[in-house]
Design a protein around this ligand. Structure first.
Ligand SMILES: [Zn+2]
Length: 61
């Protein structure tokens, strides 16, 4: 594959890129961040560099 845009996943709380797919299935994916302990279905997906400052993420409405 030679795609330029690689979607990275980041923790919505601490923006760590160490966030991992914890489990997935019929209930939907759950992610877990080993850095801050976040566990949940919300993850930041972006092609851009990691935001250096915490900015308010828009809720998952
Ligand atoms: Zn985190």
């Amino acid at each position: 594959m030679s795609m330029d845009n690689i979607t990275k996943r980041f923790c919505p709380k601490c923006h760590s890129e160490n966030i991992i797919l914890w489990m997935g299935g019929y209930t939907g994916a759950m992610y877990r961040c080993p850095d801050c302990g976040y566990t949940g279905p919300v993850v930041i997906e972006t092609n851009d560099p990691i935001p250096s400052r915490e900015s308010k993420e828009r809720g998952t409405e």
